[in-house]
Structures are given as C-alpha cells and as structure tokens.
Write a protein that binds this ligand. Structure first.
Ligand code: ATP
Length: 308
C-alpha cells in the first residue's frame, strides 16, 4: 500500500511543527525520515497513524483517508511509537495476544498471528518472560512484534533503535530490512548510517519542511555539485605540482593534504572528467601518479548543509 501525504500542516500555538509537506511512499519502499530534534518527524508520523489530527492536509493509506476512514487506516498500519511504550508487567506472549485482540484478530487466528510475529522478531526464547525482565533490544523486538501482530501492509517506526547497543542496533536493523521486503515502511532516525544501511530512500525534514528527498546517490548529487578527487603524485617539487593542478581548466580549488607525500585534494566543476585531465597532466610532466581517489560526499555533510 502506498502512503500519500498531501499539504500536511500542524501548528502548536504560533509554531508550525509541520509546514505544508507533501510526499508519497510507494508500496514496498523503506523511507528513512531524518531531521534534527524538533524538525517535525514525530508529528508527521502521528498524523499518518491517526494519533493526531492535523490542521489541514490529506493523508491516504492505499485508498483509505486518515481523516474519513481512520479504522481502515489503523487496520493497515503498524506503529512503533518513540520510546516504545509497553505494559512491562505482562509476559511477552500475553501482551502480544492482548494487542492482537485489540486489533480485532479473531480467536481462531490469534495463535497463528502470535507464532508468526514471535518467529519474525526472534522472541521464541523470551516469550514467557515478563517484559520488564527483557533487555532493551528485546523490548524493542516486542515493540516491533506488537506493530506487526495484525500483519499490516504499512509500518511506521519512530526511532526504532534509540538507546540500543551496537549489536542490538545491527539486529534490529536486519529485522527491519527483512520486514521491509514485504511492507511499506517509514522509519525515523538520528543515525545517518542506519538510514543509509536500511532505507531505499531518504527524506530530510527541517523546521517542518522537506529539505531533501531521494536515494542516497541522488542526495549526494543534489547536495554537492562539485567533484572532489584526492591524488598523490610522486615528485619532489610540491609547489610546481600544486601550481599546475590549480591552473587546470575546471579546477575550483586545490588543497595540500600532505606536503611530504604530495597528496592533494582537488575540487572541480561537476562532470568535467577531471580524473582524465589529471592523468594527462602527469603523463605530460612525467610525474608518477600513485593515487587517484574520488571523494564521496557523506550523508552527514548533506544533512548539515540542508538543516543549517
Ligand atoms: P525529535 O527528533 O526530537 O523527536 P521531531 O522531529 O520528532 O523531534 P516533533 O516531535 O514532531 O519533532 O516536534 C516538532 C515541533 O513541534 C517541536 O518544536 C515540538 O516542540 C513541537 N511539539 C510537538 N508536540 C507538541 C505539543 N503537544 N505541544 C506543543 N508543541 C509540540
């Protein structure tokens, strides 16, 4: 099922938490929702999941409107809210059964639903433990299991790995990737590497507005028009090399990274194929080129650029 958000606005007093945003998430896509604190991620997710009524705008889950068909929307959405609220005194299996019943799963089907989410979320060994006795990573698995119990087509996960240790993060990420093969997922996160590793597409929101949207590769292209290349040239005359590189056509800037090793960073106009020109220059000058490495713009840099 697709998620369609049209001209969504939500204000708190004078503040626009979400400021007229529109986007679509296609069936089977995993969208990473990034943004600094207070950007409007949770507000958007709450509006999609019917937990919050927006001031204006439309949201559709498949053909169902969040405003006019909230029950149908809820049946098709699984939601893991920020901070993963759980009934800690309940054993895992009882809690999941309870949530399943709230979701309207019939008595005949509940056992199959429980078995399925316990298996998917790797909870078999912990299913009889009280939730309060579980590690944080396993509590997060229970949070995911409750979001999945009614086998929804759409999953909304608000910072699903916050507070987990690196091993737990990897486990939950793998789990989300596995789930993402079959479902439409929106996942918010502060961890850029996580979004890069888990999501097909990245959307960055800042002060309630979408400031970047695309695949990893597309964002890199949009954010940094220039091509950056690192080179190392084996010759004694650093100054001559620096000068020759700086005077090349399409070169905007040359930085000396390491004067002893003659390593330079060259910032050039986009699509100017500077690597070929550097190679020709070295041949002409009889310099030995021992490194030529294109530098990728990091998602971190893109994030900083669009949210500053
Ligand atoms: P974080 O990454 O810190 O969780 P976020 O991107 O999820 O942030 P939101 O929780 O959506 O951001 O908040 C967006 C803005 O709306 C913030 O400035 C927040 O203070 C404000 N806000 C959210 N909920 C309320 C509320 N119930 N009353 C008043 N202001 C609110």
């Amino acid at each position: 099922m697709d998620i369609i958000v049209e001209k969504l606005v939500k204000t708190y007093g004078p503040q626009k938490a979400v400021d007229d945003i529109s986007f679509k998430v296609n069936t089977g896509e995993v969208l990473g929702f990034l943004g600094p604190n207070g950007a409007g991620k949770t507000t958007t997710m709450k509006a999609i999941t019917t937990f919050l009524i927006p001031d204006s705008g439309n949201i559709y889950i498949g053909n169902y409107s969040v405003g006019t068909n909230p029950e149908e929307v809820k049946q098709n959405i699984g939601y893991l809210p920020e901070n993963n609220p759980l009934y800690e005194d309940m054993p895992v299996i009882d809690y999941l059964k309870f949530v399943g019943e709230l979701q309207g799963i019939t008595k005949e089907k509940i056992t199959d639903s429980l078995l399925s989410v316990i298996d998917t979320c790797g909870l078999e060994a912990e299913k009889h433990k009280k939730i309060s006795e579980l590690s944080k990573g396993y509590k997060q698995r229970v949070g995911l299991a409750q979001a999945l119990i009614h086998n929804p087509e759409v999953l909304i996960l608000d910072e699903p790995t916050t507070g987990l240790d690196p091993n737990q993060i990897v486990e939950i990420r793998d789990l989300i990737r596995k789930i993402g093969r079959e479902k439409t997922v929106i996942l918010s996160s502060h961890i850029l590497a996580e979004v890069e590793a888990t999501c097909d597409r990245i959307m960055i929101i800042n002060k309630g507005k979408i400031v970047a949207d695309g695949t990893n590769v597309e964002l890199r292209k949009q954010a940094h028009g220039n091509d950056i290349i690192k080179v190392r040239i084996e010759d004694n005359d650093t100054n001559s090399i620096y000068e020759a590189l700086s005077n090349m056509e399409n070169v905007n800037m040359v930085d000396i990274i390491d004067a002893k090793k003659n390593r330079f960073q060259i910032d050039s106009a986009p699509n100017s194929n500077i690597a070929a020109s550097i190679f020709s220059l070295c041949v002409e000058k009889k310099w030995v080129l021992t490194e030529l490495i294109p530098v990728e713009t990091k998602l971190e840099d893109i994030f900083k650029e669009v949210t500053k």
